[in-house]
Design a protein around this ligand. Structure first.
Ligand SMILES: Nc1nc2c(ncn2[C@@H]2O[C@H](COP(=O)(O)OP(=O)(O)OP(=O)(O)O)[C@@H](O)[C@H]2O)c(=O)[nH]1
Ligand SMILES: [Mg+2]
Length: 360
């Protein structure tokens, strides 16, 4: 899973990135020139994994990870080119989900160039930009399909696609994102090739200052009408994440009124709002947590572990973490008849422990 940090210039994307890693990727008030991604691989803390490690005693437990990508040069330099650079657009396309960082802090230098902070206006600009990019893609495709249909290529597949893309075009022309269209799994398959930006799950990160953190209730409520939102004090939390001394760090956090580190808050929030769930693989060598999205199947889960497992999928042996804890051991789970054999299309549940039988 990778989440792209996007936003208008100087909203604090790299600062947020740094809070996640404790790293110091370059931040500045001034325009950055190069175009390259900063990538942070962040472990998703999960108490269940520690418990599983106690039971199976593997060499090491491996936590699930989420990648956060901060793209240097995301935004276009010159006026009239749209908000995002073409490399930036590509990065957005490649992301599984998006986190829009909105500026909610005062900075004289930044305000001179980009105006006073106005998070709602920033969100509006970005939302429009993403919808517009999708609209261009959808309308072009619709024209092509119609030309083909006129030329006599009236296959059911093409006619079906025409209907579907027409729905997308209508949706976008009403300024509604593709993500809120009701789609069948087959529709999803047809549309996935288009990589529509507004089809991606999104949440907003309101980047406040040390001074106004906690005072933006109205703004948060307004944003919540459209997007899930979480507030950060980017700069302050970046400093915190660099403190070596854990006790000192926790004392600062308590004073400031934040209950967990930026990293923990952000991964937890991302999990909840993006519909991510965890499943586990267990054994004496390795106990490991993996991430997939709610609604994904046993064969999807197999593919997350290894493409061979998906290709040669025969069946999945599944039991739940809760049953394991209740029964006390895998053996007892089996004896209680709580180990299930599931097929490819089984919908994976959070906390499933899965063993894939496969043959390649
Ligand atoms: N006061 C305050 N300043 C911040 C905060 N977050 C970022 N800044 C400042 O805003 C400036 C831009 O921050 P960056 O993190 O580089 O912003 P960015 O969105 O990555 O910028 P570009 O990648 O150039 O678009 C820096 O000078 C930061 O110190 C914050 O929470 N509070
Ligand atoms: Mg940056």
């Amino acid at each position: 899973m990778n989440i792209g940090l996007i936003g208008l210039p100087k909203s604090g994307k790299t600062t947020i990135f740094n809070t996640l890693t404790g790293q110091s990727a370059e931040i500045s008030e001034y325009v950055s020139q190069k175009a390259e991604p900063n990538v942070a691989v962040v472990e998703v803390l999960d108490e269940r994994l520690a418990k599983l490690a106690q039971m199976y005693r593997p060499k090491r437990p491996i936590y699930a990870t989420i990648q956060f990508v901060d793209f240097v040069g995301l935004t276009a330099g010159a006026a009239g080119q749209g908000v995002f650079s073409s490399e930036g657009m590509q990065m957005i396309k490649n992301a599984d989900a998006l986190s829009i960082v909105a500026r909610n802090f005062d900075d004289e230098v930044i305000s001179q160039t980009y105006g006073d902070p106005d998070p709602l206006a920033e969100l509006d600009t970005i939302t429009t930009e993403l919808l517009l990019a999708d609209q261009i893609v959808a309308e072009r495709r619709l024209e092509r399909i119609r030309a083909d249909l006129l030329r006599g290529k009236k296959t059911p597949v093409l006619q079906n696609e025409e209907q579907l893309v027409r729905r997308v075009v209508n949706q976008l022309s009403e300024a509604q994102p593709v993500r809120t269209l009701e789609l069948t799994p087959d529709d999803h398959k047809v549309l996935s090739g288009f990589q529509f930006l507004s089809a991606k799950p999104v949440f907003v990160l309101l980047n406040s200052s040390e001074d106004n953190y906690g005072d933006s209730g109205e703004t948060l409520t307004a944003i919540e009408e459209y997007y899930p939102v979480v507030e950060f004090a980017g700069n302050f939390e970046m400093e915190l994440s660099r403190l070596e001394d854990q006790e000192e760090r926790e004392a600062f956090m308590q004073d400031f009124g934040i209950h967990a580190s930026a990293r923990t808050r952000l991964t937890t929030f991302a999990y909840h709002t993006l519909g991510y769930i965890s499943f586990f693989t267990v054994g004496p060598d390795e106990v490991r947590a993996w991430t997939i999205r709610k609604g994904e199947t046993a064969v999807d889960a197999a593919g997350v572990v290894h493409s061979d497992l998906a290709r040669g999928f025969i069946r999945a042996e599944v039991f739940s973490y809760d049953d394991l804890v209740e029964c006390g051991s895998e053996k007892a789970v089996k004896a209680a008849g709580r180990l299930r054999v599931e097929g490819r299309s089984y919908l994976v549940q959070d906390g499933d422990i899965i063993n894939v039988r496969f043959n390649v």
